[in-house]
Write a protein that binds this ligand. Structure first.
Ligand code: AMP
Length: 242
């Protein structure tokens, strides 16, 4: 009897520790940040964007800090920040209490080596769902050039497709919106090039693992949200309900 109870408690503790991990995969401008909102609302999990973590770090650090200078250099050129910075920052962020039940990753992983590092972080009980937002390049350019972001809470908007309620101000914290310095045409081209070379191989990587759900993200924001919700409700929830 005591043994049974111990086994039950052990199983329960593992079940409680299992995390639900979402990866929003897609080229820059595919709407990862925007679509994360629907998952946050549905799951109550934290949204972890590595790009936002870097921007927050840069905003809170002296401009002449050597690490800040290096990071800024990579970001402004549209290049990837080397893995040695990313993986440690990510591990630190997901060890915070709000991520104990899982998290929604946006902008990570971006390379096969980052994807492999994530596999090592996950336990066999964790559930990984990768949502691949597929958008053709010509639409991405249009989306990125009209993009606005909130320098305070990092929320993303678009002048035409996803405008804030009050022009030029963030819906969430009312800060004045700005254009990201890497949303200039030349840097966008470089970021798309980097996406095709380094990040798009992750589509096959996750397809092979049977955790990839591809969405036509050229559709309207509402249609995409509906599809993400269906994936979550139909594919995920049944496994967690008795
Ligand atoms: P994002 O906000 O996701 O578009 O990221 C902005 C920039 O931050 C990227 O262009 C990269 O320079 C850097 N960055 C963000 N996430 C990563 C990552 N996982 N690996 C490498 N660089 C990253």
């Amino acid at each position: 009897m005591i043994l049974l109870r111990c086994i039950f408690l052990l199983a329960l503790s593992f079940a409680l520790e299992a995390k639900e991990v979402f990866v929003l995969l897609g080229p820059p401008g595919s709407g990862k940040g925007t679509q994360a909102l629907v998952l946050i609302e549905e799951t109550d999990l934290p949204h972890i964007s590595t790009g936002n973590l870097f921007r927050e770090f840069l905003a809170s650090t002296q401009q002449d800090n050597p690490l800040a200078k290096q990071l800024k250099g990579f970001m402004e050129k549209g290049e990837l920040v080397p893995d040695r910075y990313i993986i440690e920052i990510l591990k630190e962020r997901i060890s915070e209490p709000d991520a104990k039940n899982g998290y929604i990753l946006d902008g990570f992983p971006r390379t096969l080596s980052q994807a492999k590092a994530l596999q090592e972080i996950l336990t066999p009980d964790d559930r990984l769902i990768v949502i691949n937002l597929s958008v053709p390049d010509h639409l991405l350019l249009e989306r990125l050039t009209g993009r606005l972001h909130c320098p305070q809470c990092q929320q993303t908007y678009h002048k035409t497709f996803s405008p804030p309620k009050k022009e030029s101000f963030c819906d969430l914290c009312e800060t004045s919106l700005a254009k990201r310095s890497d949303d200039e045409k030349e840097t966008i081209q470089k970021r798309l090039e980097v996406y095709h070379k380094d990040t798009s191989p992750l589509i096959q990587f996750y397809k092979d693992k049977g955790v990839l759900y591809t969405i036509d993200a050229a559709k309207s924001k509402q249609e995409i949200q509906q599809q993400i919700l269906s994936i979550y409700r139909e594919q995920l929830k049944p496994a967690s309900t008795p």
